[in-house]
Write a new protein. Structure first.
Length: 140
């Protein structure tokens, strides 16, 4: 029988790795992005028992990831919106942004409101999400 904690981690990683890579590759080279995502999931695996028993593992994982990404970018600290605007600019819907980052959907909608949107610091303005960009109506 397989270890339930290991299975939980593998499922968690499987659900997020592709999204984390999309975000990382919008800011870093492909090699840097791959290394940052690998490093994040390795760190999460090492402390998985603590992560999975935290109040919100998705928030903890995303925050660890975003910190890792912004230590590698010349732009400085993570944006105040924790990358939610950049995720939306990459074509992710508000619900997917909430799922990826562990944030509440209402908070995501508030951050994506045009009056709250910070300027994006990204290597490319071309959406990298496999499904392509969403329509403006789907975003809000």
């Amino acid at each position: 029988m397989r270890n339930p904690l290991l299975l939980a981690f593998q499922a968690f990683e499987d659900q997020r790795r592709r999204h984390y890579l999309t975000y990382a590759r919008s800011l870093l080279t492909a090699d840097e992005a791959d290394n940052a995502v690998r490093s994040t999931f390795t760190a999460l695996a090492i402390e998985w028992t603590t992560v999975v028993t935290s109040p919100d593992p998705a928030v903890r994982a995303w925050d660890q990831f975003i910190t890792q990404i912004y230590t590698l970018t010349p732009g400085g600290p993570p944006p105040p919106d924790n990358g939610i605007t950049a995720l939306a600019d990459l074509g992710f819907t508000p619900q997917t942004c909430a799922d990826i980052t562990g944030r509440d959907i209402a908070q995501v909608h508030a951050l994506l409101h045009p009056s709250a949107r910070p300027k994006r610091h990204c290597r490319s303005s071309t959406p990298h999400h496999p499904a392509g960009p969403t329509t403006e109506e789907e975003r809000y």
